[in-house]
Design a protein around this ligand. Structure first.
Ligand code: ATP
Ligand code: MG
Length: 394
């Protein structure tokens, strides 16, 4: 079987080969090729040392930020390509980073340091596949298997535990028994891993088509990541899988935590969630009891938490069996109709009130009273009708 490499990758490999080095594509791109998916980026592994790579690509646009770890990034046609010198595993003292980086001239050394057999295959046109750990067979069998002794590999870098779960979720692969056993045995070492690395893998895990299966199999690890003290409770599979990743996570808090908002905020702190995601989660989880039974309720929810959060809330509540099926369609119809639900939709503005001598916080309160009246149909959204409703005389 031949993989189709793009011209930039061919160029990089040829350039390294003509300098007497070996170079192959490796990792996720080879795995994705074999799965029939277009790779999203190409990593190249080479026998050339960092200094040699620098010399070979001296006329190209390169980035040297990773060079002391062996990675030179070559930019071709605005695309970055990471080329990394063969490395061996240095000594790990803290379950997360090797204390030293050692370069090697041997491809097998480099493949042995990789996490899973499916990620430890390399390929070039000259050498075909190099697959000392039978990763191709594991891709065919749809199995995630640690390279080498699983427990040792998780002790070296505990993030691999979460990566195994992530690949199982996104690829729909089963985790091989020995690897699964070591995951459970070494899960406590995840506490040594930085919030940022955990969050990256967790997000990918949640995006996966098999996220439900992974959470069901490893509920304690997910509860630990989310700092949920009680047992994880899940929606029925189809309902869970129908949700976008952010709402999948919120469903876990809504069902499993005694105080979902507090639990979520605590996890957001610990995982250093970005402000937008934190705000969204807090708003939605604190609105789980908002009534949404008719158009007026839905418009009031739009007013209170905004239309995008309301749509998400409805999706979440529907999945939880707490909102009727037609609720989302009603909400979308209201939005499409251009009906008023925000203060900015009102036929009067703040200045209309200040010009009548209304001041300070009273302005906002009066506008809020007006939009609520318009939403409830107690007055029309015209200047006259609102003024009459508010007992104001222009
Ligand atoms: P993706 O499609 O998400 O990019 P990927 O397999 O390319 O998946 P990366 O995180 O980009 O994953 O890593 C690239 C390669 O580096 C992996 O395929 C694997 O060979 C190796 N690798 C990454 N992280 C680790 C790790 N923690 N331990 C060992 N090898 C790793
Ligand atoms: Mg990658």
């Amino acid at each position: 079987m031949q993989l189709k490499l793009n011209d930039s990758v061919k160029y990089i490999i040829e350039k390294l080969e003509s300098a007497g080095q070996r170079a192959d594509i490796v990792g996720g791109c080879v795995r994705d090729f074999l799965l029939g998916k277009p790779p999203h980026d190409f990593d190249i592994t080479t026998s050339a040392t960092p200094d040699e790579m620098r010399e070979i690509f001296r006329d190209e646009h390169t980035l040297e930020v990773g060079l002391k770890h062996g990675t030179l990034t070559v930019i071709l046609g605005a695309e970055p390509y990471e080329i990394t010198t063969y490395r061996t595993e240095g000594d790990y003292t803290d379950h997360r980073h090797p204390s030293t980086v050692s370069f090697s001239r041997t491809l097998t050394d480099d493949l042995s340091r990789r996490d899973f057999t499916v990620n430890a295959i390399c390929y070039s046109e000259r050498h075909g596949f190099t697959d000392p750990f039978s990763g191709v067979a594991d891709i065919e069998a749809r199995v995630i298997r640690a390279v080498g002794e699983p427990a040792c590999r998780f002790e070296e870098d505990a993030l691999r535990i979460l990566r195994a779960l992530r690949f199982s979720s996104t690829l729909g692969f089963v985790i091989e028994e020995g690897t699964a056993r070591a995951i459970r045995e070494k899960a406590h070492l995840l506490e040594y891993i930085s919030a940022e690395r955990i969050l990256t893998e967790y997000k990918k895990l949640m995006e996966g088509s098999q996220a439900y299966e992974v959470i069901s199999e490893y509920p304690d690890i997910i509860a630990w990541v989310l700092s949920i003290p009680s047992a994880i409770r899940l929606l029925p599979r189809d309902r869970f899988a129908s949700l976008p990743p952010n709402l999948r996570t919120l469903s876990l808090f809504a069902l499993s935590a005694d105080s979902p908002v507090e639990a979520f905020s605590h996890a957001a702190d610990r995982l250093r969630l970005d402000n937008a995601a934190r705000h969204e989660g807090e708003k939605i989880l604190s609105s789980l009891d908002l009534p949404l039974s008719d158009e007026v309720d839905i418009k009031l929810a739009f007013m209170k938490i905004g239309a995008p959060y309301t749509l998400s809330l409805i999706k979440l509540l529907f999945a939880m069996g707490r909102a009727p099926q037609q609720c989302l369609a009603t909400a979308e119809r209201i939005l499409a109709s251009g009906a008023a639900y925000r203060i900015s939709d009102l036929a009067i503005k703040g200045e209309d009130l200040t010009s009548l001598g209304i001041k300070g916080p009273e302005v906002g309160k009066t506008l809020t009273a007006a939009i609520i009246a318009v939403i409830r149909g107690e007055c029309e959204n015209t200047r006259d009708s609102i003024f009459r409703y508010l007992n104001l005389h222009a």
